[in-house]
Design a protein around this ligand. Structure first.
Ligand SMILES: C[S@@+](CC[C@H](N)C(=O)[O-])C[C@H]1O[C@@H](n2cnc3c(N)ncnc32)[C@H](O)[C@@H]1O
Length: 189
């Protein structure tokens, strides 16, 4: 809780100089960003490392996961320089030794086997899966907060391949869903 409180303070201070999160969400930063990220841990109870967070931006959910689970290796991928600098500062400020920032495009990250893959507000589901496919294995867990379009995005996947995913209702927004699944996604059908 101390680490999460510090993350909230750091984020609010940083948001005054760069637009990390919508200003309207600052008064509800705990519910809208921190709890929204933390709930993902309940959806993958036997959490596997390394946890790969795509397009971490302000640090959600990756920084929250790293702060709550110091035993897990967490890798944050973010391409925008100012956001990479923020993530590095936050990581240092929170003394998250289990967390690493890959400051480049996901397409340029060297391949490794990810235990868990998360992505919040990163890309449409089919594109996200295509980009992340090479990091997945038969046992990779996917936890993808997708807002109100979650079910529709899963339905949009090829019929024979969508069965590895299902949608869980978000605990922080009853209208939103989290796409959850396990397995290897192949970039080619
Ligand atoms: C809308 S923000 C979401 C940030 C964070 N996940 C959240 O929910 O607050 C999407 C982030 O993904 C990053 N991004 C987009 N495409 C990327 C790519 N191909 N590789 C790495 N980062 C990317 C953007 O720079 C941006 O910071």
């Amino acid at each position: 809780m101390d680490r999460l409180a510090k993350l909230s303070d750091l984020l609010i201070a940083e948001n005054a100089s760069q637009n990390l999160v919508a200003k309207a969400t600052i008064p509800i930063v705990w519910q809208r960003h921190i709890a929204d990220s933390a709930q993902l841990l309940e959806l993958v109870p036997a959490t596997q490392a390394p946890w790969l967070d795509l397009g971490s931006g302000a640090g959600f959910p990756g920084l929250v996961i790293a702060a709550m689970r110091p035993d897990l290796e967490v890798i944050l991928v973010e391409s925008r320089k100012r956001r990479v600098d923020w993530l590095e500062r936050a990581r240092e400020g929170l003394a998250l030794e289990n967390c690493r920032v890959a400051g480049c495009r996901l397409e340029d990250v060297e391949r490794f086997d990810a235990g868990t893959i998360s992505a919040r507000a990163f890309a449409p589901l089919d594109r996200l899966l295509g980009l992340a496919a090479r990091f997945s294995t038969k046992t990779t867990d996917w936890v993808l907060p997708k807002g109100r379009s979650a079910a529709q995005e899963v339905q949009g996947l090829p019929k024979n391949r969508r069965k590895m995913f299902h949608v869980e209702q978000s605990q922080t927004d009853p209208d939103a869903g989290v796409v959850v699944g396990r397995g290897q996604w192949s970039a080619k059908p």
